[in-house]
Design a protein around this ligand. Structure first.
Ligand code: GAL
Ligand code: ZN
Length: 661
């Protein structure tokens, strides 16, 4: 467990390197990430490589005991490359090239882009394979899809489809192109989206999204092959941007050693509280990608800006608290973005730990304190992991399918996932947020929000979990379509109707209207969607209170094998989820805390029978938390009372007593 910073030697006069290295060493920084945008300095003109400046920089830092992660610079193709080989640039729907403005101007299928990327990565790999200060690599920077329509993408899209479908007839059948005479009679008629109407065949668009992910994965794989070959002792990671994302992170990260996340919780007071909860989800999602601990490769150091009007400066305690939140949810190393604010370029006001003044100030002192704390607790936390008791399912395919076809005003796949996750977080229940294709055995509670695309294979895996004793929670828009994004011709929830013991007789997409339903003699509000349910073998447990379907079933429970399936036919307010989850937790024997104050979060890291509890006040307010007994605070080295007053952004870490089994 260590602390690092993102450092750009090429932005600074050399005279600053030694000064910076010295201050880093004194502060407890033992790692820098460098070079991920430095192509024009590493290869100033075609074939002329110059790594001497980077060697010198690495040496300067290595002398101070600071190790290095090198980012491959392929996010920023230099001007000479773009100029000589214009196929590097992605083409928009009018086939106009997307010119270099800032960065990310590259087509993943461009032969020149692939060729020159492979060359620079290979040169770097050979050059740094045996440099003792270099420990690993970051591929590129924050990959995302770029919807390129160039000739290479078109050609590759067609071969991708040929590999998937074999024949043109098979595509026509899978996509249902018969509607509106969309049938293809020759491969050449199939192109990338190329603009036109928004309302395209959803099966085509979903496959195009999958193709885009695969193109990017292939682009990255070229780099992985080179790095693995020449640098077998180095790790390889990638820094993912936040969620939601069209790009399939599960595929992107499959061949990496671990995932890294760039985490920028909002500092604006009106968002600060909700951002602690969505942050918790982002961290749980990140841990779920490879089901292991991860790194934070960038995180907040000062007021962010330039891409938008500047946010507020991190309130005292904010930088430290959100760093501990990341560790609490599975981060093993924290790299702060960035050491010092950039003096030039498009991002001058996305502030670093040190301002342009080069005078370390309040934020830096907070960071220095954090480094000391991490160093102190690292020996205890080393090797500990977060193990959620509950699984929440997520998938980029579902997200994309909902993006392609908005179901109703106000319905957002990811926002609904957030609400569910937030309810768990408010109860202090840590969740593993997993890809729906993951092995789910062992979880007592599985929440599967809107499995819009559902094939019999996933349905049967979920059925098996339930038969073996799990409780499965389903929500509206489940089992609507097959994986080709084509509707099932059968009652909803499609392939899960049998396990759920219920069918949807009719639905009303109520959008932003607010309706009500009753559950356990309490009334809750709901919106977006109302499935009017007909229990088959399930039992009704909630009833609508409004409209023509007042009195009809809104939710059911169905005993199935050793477990049960709950079908929620509507999108309830958060308060319902909190009550519902609490009820399920009691039934399933999951631990929870019913009176955690708003904005206070907990998490646990475990190793064998040792368990560390993190208690975090992620708000600007003082908060009072009631604990089950007196604990010793490992961070603050004092006893903390059962009724604990937490200052704004206070963090406590305690060792829990051994679990009595
Ligand atoms: C990240 C990116 C960094 C920097 C930072 C602040 O998305 O990886 O290079 O731009 O945001 O905006
Ligand atoms: Zn392209």
């Amino acid at each position: 467990m260590r602390m690092g910073v993102d450092y750009y030697p090429e932005h600074w006069d050399r005279s600053l390197w030694e000064q910076d290295a010295k201050l880093m060493q004194e502060t407890g920084v033992s790692l820098i990430r460098v070079a991920e945008f430095a192509w024009s300095r590493l290869e100033p003109t075609e074939g002329r490589y110059d790594f001497t400046w980077l060697d010198d920089a690495i040496d300067t830092f290595a002398k101070r005991g600071i190790q290095v992660v090198i980012g491959t610079p392929t996010c920023t193709p230099p001007n000479w490359l773009v100029n000589a080989y214009p196929d590097v640039l992605p083409r928009d729907e009018k086939l106009h090239p997307r010119y270099p403005g800032i960065r990310g101007h590259r087509c993943y299928n461009s032969p020149s882009m692939r060729h020159y990327s492979a060359l620079i990565v290979e040169k770097l790999a050979l050059h740094y394979a045996n440099n003792p200060a270099v420990i690993g690599w970051q591929t590129d920077n924050e990959f995302s899809l770029n919807e390129c329509n160039c000739e290479h993408c078109n050609a590759r899209f067609r071969t991708w489809l040929q590999e998937k479908y074999d024949s043109i007839e098979a595509i026509n059948a899978a996509w249902g192109t018969v509607v509106w005479s969309g049938e293809y009679s020759d491969w050449s008629q199939i192109t990338t989206p190329l603009g036109g109407m928004n309302y395209k065949n959803p099966s085509f668009v979903l496959d195009y999204k999958r193709f885009e992910t695969d193109s990017l994965v292939e682009f990255q794989q070229l780099q992985l092959n080179i790095l693995k070959k020449h640098c077998p002792n180095h790790f390889i990671t990638h820094n993912i941007w936040s969620y939601p994302m069209a790009l399939d992170y599960y595929k992107l990260c499959e061949n990496l050693d671990f995932v890294s996340l760039d985490y920028y919780p909002s500092t604006n007071p009106e968002k600060a509280e909700s951002s602690g909860y969505s942050g918790a989800l982002t961290l749980d999602l990140t841990r779920g990608i490879k089901r292991q601990n991860f790194w934070i490769m960038e995180t907040i150091s000062g007021p962010p800006g330039c891409w938008m009007p500047m946010w507020r400066t991190p309130h005292p305690g904010f930088i430290r608290a959100f760093a501990w939140q990341s560790i609490a949810r599975g981060a093993d190393t924290l790299v702060h973005f960035r050491w010092r604010s950039a003096p030039s370029g498009a991002e001058q006001f996305w502030h670093g730990l040190i301002d342009h003044s080069n005078v370390p100030g309040r934020r830096f002192e907070e960071y220095r304190g954090l480094c000391g704390e991490v160093r102190k607790l690292a020996p205890l936390l080393e090797g500990t992991e977060v193990r959620g008791e509950v699984a929440i399912l997520h998938s980029h395919d579902q997200y994309n399918a909902f993006q392609i076809q908005y179901q109703v005003d106000g319905m957002d796949y990811f926002d609904n996932l957030k609400t569910i996750h937030r309810a768990f977080t408010k109860l202090g229940i840590v969740t593993d947020v997993l890809n729906e294709s993951d092995d789910l055995s062992g979880y007592k509670l599985i929440v599967a929000p809107s499995l819009f695309l559902l094939d019999p294979e996933l349905a049967s895996r979920l059925e098996t979990c339930v038969q073996n004793g799990a409780m499965l929670v389903l929500t509206p828009r489940t089992g609507v379509k097959n994986l080709n994004n084509v509707c099932w011709i059968q009652p909803l929830p499609g392939p899960l109707s049998n396990a759920a013991g219920v069918t949807v007789a009719e639905y009303d997409p109520i959008g932003r209207d607010v309706h009500h339903f009753s559950w356990r003699n309490k009334t809750y509000s709901c919106s977006q969607w109302c499935d009017i349910l007909t229990p088959q073998t399930a039992e009704s447990v909630a009833w609508y209170e409004d409209d023509f379907f007042a009195g009809k079933t809104a939710a059911t429970v169905h005993k199935f094998g050793e477990g049960e399936v709950c079908y929620l036919g509507t999108v309830p307010e958060e308060a319902f989820y909190v009550d519902f989850i609490q009820d399920a937790a009691v039934k399933l024997g999951l631990q929870f805390i019913s009176d955690l104050p708003e904005g206070v979060q907990i998490s646990t890291r475990v190793k064998g029978s040792t368990r560390y509890l993190f208690l975090m006040n992620l708000t600007r307010k003082e908060q009072i938390v009631t604990l089950d007994r007196v604990y010793y605070s490992l961070l603050n080295e004092r006893e903390i009372g059962q009724v604990l007053t937490m200052a704004p952004y206070a963090i406590e870490i305690v060792e829990l007593p051994m679990k009595s089994t």
